[in-house]
Design a protein. Structure first.
Length: 425
């Protein structure tokens, strides 16, 4: 078994999860940051992170960190940390392609005593049942005889400058007691908030996947309440503020549920449940409701427009915000695109403005042409879809100037008081 002072790390995947991890470890020990995206590697070598998770100053502090897209460089490591995406496919089934590819790539470089640690969100059993066979096949070695595996699920919250990697407690696990001890000790060197050593890899995998499943269900409940209260003519935000005066009421808010975690992870758990013969009811019901909120929001806006005798067919509608959450450039699984698609189905002409988004990325990911300057007096309706600070600072009066007389202002995020907008969830 490796000793802590012998560890040389390779982080596989330099996105929102992998880069902060590589930087923290790279401040004190040798780290190879690997990504198949050569443009991403070149950008990081220049000291720039377009995800805005790591500053140029922080990159410069990681003096032991190097970046590469050359697989041969992986031979210099003895601990491999996999931080690749685990998305779902068009049928909402887990797509293990990136995870399997990373495992297949690592296998030939494994030496006796090496450890492979997975951080990607998966269903319970995935590490040992799906990844380990690939490692064994490509390396010709045996788990817990020649090499070991660990699991430490990521808890990165994109755009959150308060809860950063060192300040978020880390769950750890290993394929043997000794491997678990080393994995835990390794993360303890960078995590100020401390670690929690799980009893087994499956326990750590399950813990991660239910974190976001729980949030998904709580948001689904509030989304359903918003629909009910809308039909009753009651302001949902006012209800939630009143209920929130009780100490143990959870402060969830209605909205579109996208991103790489909450809108994806529950499908990993339900997939595994169905594989063992159990059909989940509550989890999938929550997913269906949250996935339908883009359509619901579009219908609510159309009804509000019709009440003002505004023609929907051919109407010009401005969407403020395209990212999946506020104050970050992350477009992954943004549900704003569902709202846009539904409004287009009604025959509306939809423009999108988001100061956080790279126009080329919006074009490549969703075919959306961003509007740099919405102008004044242009739109029949305006939807505040993402609560960026820029929109809050802009204020209602300036936002309304973008619309025509009698334009509907739909504050999807309840960013402004109810009496200053026309429609909220």
């Amino acid at each position: 078994m490796l000793k802590l002072d012998e560890v040389r790390i390779a982080v596989i995947g330099l996105g929102y999860v992998g880069l902060p991890l590589a930087v923290e470890f790279g401040k004190s020990r040798p780290v190879i940051g690997f990504d198949i995206n050569e443009a991403r590697v070149a950008q990081l070598r220049e000291g720039r992170d377009d995800t805005l998770e790591v500053s140029s100053e922080e990159l410069s502090e990681a003096q032991h960190l190097s970046f590469t897209s050359d697989r041969a460089d992986l031979s210099g490591a003895n601990v491999y940390i996999v931080t690749v995406p685990t998305p779902i496919d068009a049928h909402k089934k887990p797509d293990l392609g990136p995870l399997v590819s990373a495992s297949r790539m690592i296998g030939p470089y494994l030496s006796d005593g090496d450890i492979v640690i997975y951080e990607s969100t998966v269903y319970p059993g995935c590490t040992e049942e799906d990844c380990v066979p690939v490692l064994e096949q490509t390396s010709g070695k045996k788990l817990n005889e020649d090499f070991y595996v660990g699991y430490s699920p990521e808890r990165i919250n994109p755009g959150d400058k308060q809860h950063r990697l060192p300040d978020i407690k880390k769950v750890t696990a290993g394929s043997t007691r000794e491997a678990a001890d080393l994995v835990d000790a390794l993360y303890s060197t960078i995590i100020r908030a401390g670690t929690h050593k799980a009893s087994a890899i499956k326990v750590a995998e399950a813990a991660k996947v239910i974190e976001n499943t729980q949030r998904d269900l709580n948001i689904a409940l509030v989304n359903e309440l918003a629909i009910i209260f809308s039909k009753l003519g009651i302001d949902t935000e006012a209800v939630l503020e009143a209920a929130g005066t009780k100490w143990n009421f959870l402060p969830f808010r209605p909205g579109l549920v996208g991103g790489h975690c909450i809108g994806v992870d529950p499908y990993y758990l339900t997939h595994k449940a169905e594989a063992i013969g159990y059909h989940p009811e509550i989890i999938l019901a929550g997913r269906r409701l949250n996935d339908a909120m883009g359509s619901y929001a579009a219908s609510a806006l159309v009804k509000a427009m019709l009440k003002r005798r505004l023609h929907v067919q051919g109407a010009r509608i401005l969407i403020l915000g395209l990212t999946f959450k506020e104050n970050c450039p992350d477009l992954r699984n943004s549900k704003v695109i569902d709202l846009i698609a539904e409004l287009k189905e009604f025959g509306a002409q939809v423009d999108v403005h988001d100061p956080w988004v790279d126009p080329e990325e919006a074009r490549r990911e969703y075919g959306v042409e961003l509007v740099a300057d919405p102008g004044t007096g242009t739109y029949d309706s305006i939807v505040l879809a993402v609560a960026h600070d820029e929109f809050k600072e802009m204020g209602v009066a300036k936002i309304r100037q973008m619309g025509r007389d009698h334009a509907v202002l739909f504050d999807l995020k309840s960013l402004f008081p109810a009496d200053e907008t026309d429609l909220r969830l």
